[in-house]
Design a protein around this ligand. Structure first.
Ligand SMILES: NC(=O)c1ccc[n+]([C@@H]2O[C@H](COP(=O)([O-])OP(=O)(O)OC[C@H]3O[C@@H](n4cnc5c(N)ncnc54)[C@H](O)[C@@H]3O)[C@@H](O)[C@H]2O)c1
Length: 252
């Protein structure tokens, strides 16, 4: 699928080395965006795939939970392309579904660091140049675990609820400066994050996923299509939204 829905735009995608981030980076490029693919691993492969398809991408190996690394990431993106119009904060890690009493401080800090703190760091680094132009779109990836308990452990669930709160505040603070900030909430998607579940299927987990009205897992491209809409000017009146792409999982 190729088009021009992001023609002339620069889109930075974190966690672009795999899964939803990779599919989104490739779709954004196919829609005309110059793409900055950011990840701790796999970013080069994504950039190479984009180049092979005739697009333009810069790969950056960055730990988005690291403040200095995020500052360097923003500087490198702006040096190469001069602007970032779309920021998709997608990098994320799971916990091991531990309840609070069994969650180590290291797990808590790492999961909150990658899933939530990183979204603040990247937004803080890239908002000023969006404000200067009076335009921009931020897509923060949460999860159905951001809406309810029971879809992750204490750390993951808290981090994803935090993404929704953070994005609503971004909307409040920046909507009148031309910047739209929305949350993408995936349900169960077949990606690197969930491949272990497929490798040794747990009947209870599989049953929970298949209890979604749609009765199946999503493919990353189905999330990329929704991310594209939120990132594009077609979503001009969509702001502060919590955009569920979960096959109806949360509507049961
Ligand atoms: N797969 C699902 O079922 C599902 C459901 C709900 C929400 N999500 C969310 O979607 C997002 C993407 O997940 P996915 O399923 O595509 O997983 P994935 O594991 O395939 O991709 C996540 C990417 O993030 C990268 N990443 C992890 N830590 C990083 C860091 N510190 N710095 C930079 N990159 C880092 C990983 O290297 C990986 O390439 C995550 O935020 C996840 O929580 C996924």
């Amino acid at each position: 699928m190729a088009g021009e829905r992001l023609a002339g735009k620069v889109a930075l995608v974190t966690g672009a080395g795999s899964g939803i981030g990779r599919a989104s980076a490739e779709r954004f490029a196919a829609e005309g965006a110059q793409v900055v693919a950011v990840d701790v691993k796999g970013a080069e492969e994504t950039a190479a795939a984009i180049a092979a398809a005739g697009g333009e991408a810069l790969a950056l190996v960055t730990d988005v939970a690291d403040e200095a690394a995020v500052a360097a990431m923003a500087a490198a993106a702006l040096e190469r392309f001069g602007r970032v119009d779309v920021l998709m904060n997608n990098a994320g890690i799971l916990d091991a579904y531990e309840p609070a009493a069994e969650t180590s401080t290291e797990t808590w800090d790492r999961v909150l660091g990658v899933n939530l703190r990183a979204q603040f760091l990247t937004a803080r680094a890239l908002l000023p140049q969006m404000v200067e132009r009076g335009a921009g779109a931020i897509v923060n990836v949460a999860s159905t675990a951001g809406l309810n308990g029971g879809n992750g452990g204490a750390a993951y669930t808290t981090s994803k609820h935090g993404v929704i709160g953070f994005t609503r505040q971004l909307c409040f603070d920046y909507a009148r400066r031309g910047i739209r900030c929305n949350v993408l909430c995936p349900g169960a998607v077949e990606t690197g994050m969930t491949k272990e579940i497929f490798a040794s299927p747990d009947a209870a987990v599989m049953a929970a996923v298949e209890s979604a009205p749609i009765g199946r897992w999503a493919q990353p491209e189905e999330l990329a299509a929704a991310a594209l809409f939120l990132a594009s000017d077609e979503a001009s009146f969509v702001n502060g939204a919590v955009y569920l792409v979960d096959g109806g999982f949360d509507s049961k």
